[in-house]
Design a protein. Structure first.
Length: 184
């Protein structure tokens, strides 16, 4: 009974491990949005496609449009011409404000839509730079002093010596007591 359960568990684990690469490979294809791939880097949005692999008579690959949430159709967005080769075409928009946008790519050869995909542009994180100015030491670095540039009086030195002495005596008493527990 135990061996059959172990065998079943091994078969299920092996099947899951074999299916994982296939599942992960399918995710980017589904996320590309019907033939386009959209990405952001800071305030720049870029799109790539392989669907517009023929140019029109004017030599144009096509047009990409960036629409915000209030714009409904292709002509209302910020339009950019695609550039590239027969293998890959791309377009990019810079200085895009934070928000949710839809990217639509239209090929110029047959006026077909290569794809449509929504993307979120987040606010760029600005590094916080704080600069404080403090006067440099007038005597330079006191190497070897270890920060002890203050003179202590005899009372402070006496109390410190007493604490060190008490620590040494307590350590000796503890070690002696540990070796011979019946003695004080």
């Amino acid at each position: 009974m135990r061996n059959s359960q172990r065998l079943l568990r091994t078969v299920v684990t092996t099947a899951a491990a074999a299916a994982l690469p296939l599942a992960l490979a399918a995710v980017p294809a589904a996320a590309q949005g019907n033939g386009i791939s959209v990405s952001t880097s800071g305030s720049t949005v870029s799109v790539t496609t392989t669907a517009c692999n023929q140019t029109s008579s004017s030599g144009s690959w096509g047009t990409a449009s960036l629409l915000n949430s209030s714009q409904a159709n292709f002509a209302q967005g910020r339009q950019v011409s695609l550039s590239g080769t027969t293998a890959l075409q791309s377009a990019a928009w810079s200085n895009v404000s934070p928000g949710t946008f839809t990217v639509i790519v239209q090929c110029s050869f047959n006026n077909s839509t290569a794809g449509r995909q929504s993307i979120v542009v987040s606010a760029p994180s600005t590094p916080t730079i704080s600069a404080t100015s403090s006067p440099s030491p007038s005597r330079g670095v006191m190497g070897g002093v270890g920060g002890g540039i203050q003179d202590y009086g005899p009372l402070t030195l006496g109390v410190g010596g007493a604490l060190v002495g008490a620590g040494v005596i307590a350590t000796g008493w503890y070690l002696r007591r540990r070796n011979k527990p019946h003695r004080l």
